[in-house]
Ligand binder design. Structure first.
Ligand SMILES: [Zn+2]
Length: 509
C-alpha cells in the first residue's frame, strides 16, 4: 500500500509539474503554455457556454435530471473553477458589476473588459481582434453555434464588431446601431464603418467562422446569401426570394434537421428559425407537424460542427457553442423551460467531450457568461421574500413557440399562489401577491409525485428577471484543463484559450 506522501507525489506527477507550480506560486509564475507538446499537444479548443447559467442552474439541473447523488456531464470533467464576470462603464474603466452577454463575450473573445452592449470593441469603442478571427487567420478551422439568433451578442462577439449589440440587421438604423449621449442625442458616426454595419451583414461577408449554426434567419437578406455563396459556403434553407418582400415567413425558408444531415463537408451556414431556436420543452409540446420539430438539438448541432471541423485544417479547430435559451427563459422566470435548456446544453457538453476523449488533443471548456435572475433552490415548503412590483414578461415575440404558458399578467401580478402556503409579503397562499416557488419532482422523489406539487422536492425561485453579478462555474477537460481549476476573471479565458491554440501569450497580455 503506498504511503500517504508517495500518493501525493503521484498526484503531483500526474497533474504535471507546470500546473503544480502554478498552483503554488500563481502570482509570480508565468502561466504554462497550454498548447503542450507530444501526447499533450492541443489541436482543438471547444468552448461551450450556457448563457445565464449560474452555479444554482447547474445544481438544479443535476437534481432535476440525475438526483441529489447524480452529476451532469459538465460536472464529470476533471477541472472545476469560478469565473468573475464584471463589466465596465462605457468610456471608462469604472467597474459595472453586473455584465450583459455582449460585454462578457467580448471579454473572452478579445481579453478586454468593455461596456454592456459592446460587441468586439473596447470601452472607448475601438475595434478588438477576436480569438476566432486570430484562429482563422492562423489557419485553424472555426465554428460558431448558438440556440439564439446567430447575430445575438454571444456568437456575434467572436465574428463581428459593433458599438451596440442591437445592431443585428437586416438594415441599419441609428436607434439600433448608434450609442446615445447623456443628452439623448446620438453620438457621431465612427470613422470605422464596420462598427455600425449590421452584424448579419458582417457575418455574411467576413468569413470568420467556417461553420455557422443557429437562429436569426430574419436578420439576413438574399444579398447576404449571395455573399456567403460567393465565398464557398453552403447555405441551408433560404435567406429569401428577391422577388418577394424580404424577411417574411413566405419569402424565407428555415434550415431543417434533414438539411443538416445531408451536409458532409465544407463551409456551411444553417439558420433553423427566423428568431431564436425553439426551446426543447416547447418543441416537445408542439403537434407533430409543427415546423419547429424540424430544428436540430444543440447536441446535434455540436456533433455536426465537430464532424465538419475535424480534419478540415492540419492546425486544428476552434468551436464555440452557446446554450442561449437558459438565459432567455431565466429572464422569463420559467423554471421548467430553463431546466430543459440546461439539460439540452449539458447534452451538447457530452457530444464535445465524447469527441475529445477519442481525439486526445482537444481542450473542452464549459462555462457561462453570467448568472441570470438569481435562480435559487429554497427549502421545501418555504418561500422567497422577493416581491416584484411587476413580474418579468414571459413571451418571446421573435419565436412565439417559446412563450411560456400561461402568459404571465403583469397587470394582475398573479404568480402561482397555489404553490405558496406561507407568509411572504402578502397574506399567504390566498394572496396572489406571493411569489410562488416552482416545484419539480426529482428521481429521488416517491413515485406519483408530480411537478407543481407541494410534495415535489425541488423548490425553485427567482430573485429578479435580470442578470446578477454572481461568479459562474467553469469546467474543463483535455490537455491543459488544470489551468481552469482556479478563480479567474473572464478576460483570462481569452488568454488561456489563446495560449492553448498558439502556444504563446497574446500581445499585450
Ligand atoms: Zn440575459
Amino acid at each position: 500500500m503506498p504511503s500517504r506522501s508517495s500518493k501525493v507525489l503521484t498526484v503531483l506527477a500526474l497533474t504535471g509539474a507546470l500546473a503544480a507550480s502554478t498552483a503554488v506560486t500563481a502570482s509570480s509564475a508565468p502561466l504554462p503554455l497550454h498548447k503542450g507538446s507530444g501526447k499533450n499537444e492541443i489541436h482543438n479548443v471547444i468552448y461551450l457556454l450556457g448563457d445565464g447559467m449560474g452555479r444554482t442552474h447547474v445544481t438544479a439541473g443535476r437534481e432535476r435530471f440525475y438526483g441529489a447523488d447524480g452529476k451532469l456531464n459538465m460536472e464529470r470533467l476533471p477541472s472545476y473553477g469560478a469565473v468573475a464576470t464584471s463589466a465596465v462603464e462605457k468610456g471608462s474603466k469604472q467597474p459595472a458589476l453586473v455584465t450583459d452577454s455582449a460585454s462578457a463575450a467580448t471579454a473572452w473573445s478579445s481579453g478586454v473588459k468593455t461596456y454592456n452592449a459592446a460587441i468586439g470593441v473596447d470601452t472607448y469603442g475601438k475595434k478588438l481582434p477576436t480569438l476566432m478571427e486570430q484562429a482563422k487567420k492562423a489557419g485553424f478551422a472555426t465554428g460558431n453555434v448558438s440556440t439564439a439568433e446567430i447575430t445575438d451578442a454571444t456568437p456575434a462577439a467572436q465574428m463581428s464588431h459593433a458599438l451596440l449589440r442591437g445592431c443585428q440587421g437586416p438594415v441599419y438604423s441609428d436607434a439600433a446601431c448608434l450609442p446615445k449621449k447623456a443628452d439623448g442625442s446620438y453620438e457621431k458616426k465612427p470613422a470605422d464603418q464596420t462598427l455600425i454595419t449590421p452584424i448579419a451583414q458582417q457575418i455574411a461577408r467576413n468569413g470568420t467562422a467556417d461553420v455557422i449554426f443557429g437562429g436569426g434567419l430574419s436578420r439576413f437578406t438574399p444579398d447576404d446569401q449571395k455573399a456567403l455563396r460567393s465565398q464557398g459556403y453552403q447555405v441551408l434553407g433560404s435567406f429569401g426570394d428577391p422577388a418577394l418582400p424580404a424577411q417574411t415567413p413566405a419569402s424565407q425558408k428555415a434550415a431543417t434537421k434533414s438539411d443538416l444531415n445531408k451536409v458532409k463537408n465544407g463551409k456551411v451556414v444553417g439558420l433553423f428559425n427566423r428568431g431564436n431556436l425553439t426551446i426543447e420543452k416547447a418543441k416537445a409540446e408542439l403537434p407533430s407537424g409543427a415546423p419547429e420539430k424540424q430544428e436540430p438539438t444543440l447536441a446535434e448541432l455540436t456533433k455536426k460542427s465537430i464532424s465538419l471541423l475535424d480534419g478540415r485544417s492540419k492546425k486544428g479547430f476552434l468551436l464555440q457553442v452557446e446554450g442561449a435559451l437558459i438565459d432567455k427563459r431565466s429572464h422569463a422566470n420559467d423554471a421548467a423551460q430553463t431546466l430543459e435548456e440546461i439539460k439540452a446544453f449539458d447534452d451538447a457538453v457530452k457530444a464535445a467531450t465524447d469527441f475529445a476523449k477519442k481525439d486526445g488533443h482537444t481542450l473542452v471548456v464549459v462555462t457561462a457568461d453570467h448568472e441570470c435572475a438569481g435562480f435559487n433552490i429554497i427549502e421545501k415548503g418555504t418561500f422567497t421574500n422577493a416581491e416584484a412590483a411587476a413580474p418579468p414578461a414571459n413571451d418571446d415575440s421573435g419565436n412565439t413557440a417559446n412563450s411560456s404558458k400561461p402568459a404571465r399578467s403583469a397587470a394582475n401580478n398573479v404568480k402561482d399562489p397555489a404553490r405558496s402556503s406561507g407568509i411572504v409579503n402578502g397574506d399567504g397562499s390566498g394572496d396572489a401577491k406571493n411569489f410562488g416557488p416552482a416545484t419539480f419532482r426529482t428521481p429521488d422523489d416517491p413515485k406519483g409525485v408530480k411537478d407543481g406539487s407541494k410534495d415535489a422536492s425541488l423548490w425553485l425561485t427567482y430573485l429578479s428577471g435580470n442578470h446578477t453579478g454572481a461568479d459562474v462555474p467553469i469546467y474543463a477537460y483535455g490537455p491543459g484543463n488544470a489551468a481552469f481549476a482556479t478563480s479567474q476573471d473572464n478576460t483570462e479565458l481569452y488568454t488561456k484559450m489563446y495560449r492553448s491554440l498558439f502556444g504563446s501569450a497574446p500581445r499585450g497580455h
